[in-house]
Design a protein. Structure first.
Length: 134
């Protein structure tokens, strides 16, 4: 029983990972809605002098935004899953910490989780890797 209590000091990285994963999923949904809005209305609110130019400009970025939003949702889901599994199985906190660190490092490149989610995920992964089994 004492060994289990010593191994379960994963509360902080679990909390940070869950917050990071939620922020990543939310940012992915926000970017996905922006892609949907642009593809549906295609510059409709700005039909004045700049309406067509804005639509043509944003059309080139739509596939990138779509890719970033889908990858943000996937990476956020993996971070959420890893945080949940770390709380259920603290003995493998190194494995889950590595997954959190990798997914959050990928996310910082594209600004997933409004950037703060990726930073929190990196912090959670580093803390999870620094936990020593006793």
């Amino acid at each position: 029983m004492a060994n289990v209590a010593k191994e379960t000091n994963v509360g902080l990285p679990v909390a940070l990972a869950l917050i990071a994963g939620i922020l990543m999923v939310i940012s992915g949904i926000v970017f996905l809605s922006m892609t949907w809005y642009h593809s549906t209305f295609s510059g409709y609110p700005m039909m004045g002098m700049m309406g067509g130019a804005w639509s043509n400009f944003m059309q080139g970025f739509t596939p990138w935004i779509l890719g970033i939003s889908i990858s943000s949702i996937i990476c956020g889901g993996i971070v959420l899953f890893s945080g949940t599994m770390m709380s259920k199985d603290p003995g493998n906190s190194r494995l889950w910490g590595i997954l959190i660190l990798i997914m959050s490092s990928l996310g910082i490149i594209s600004g997933m989780g409004f950037l703060i989610g990726s930073i929190l995920g990196i912090i959670a992964g580093v803390i999870a890797l620094s936990i020593k089994k006793q």
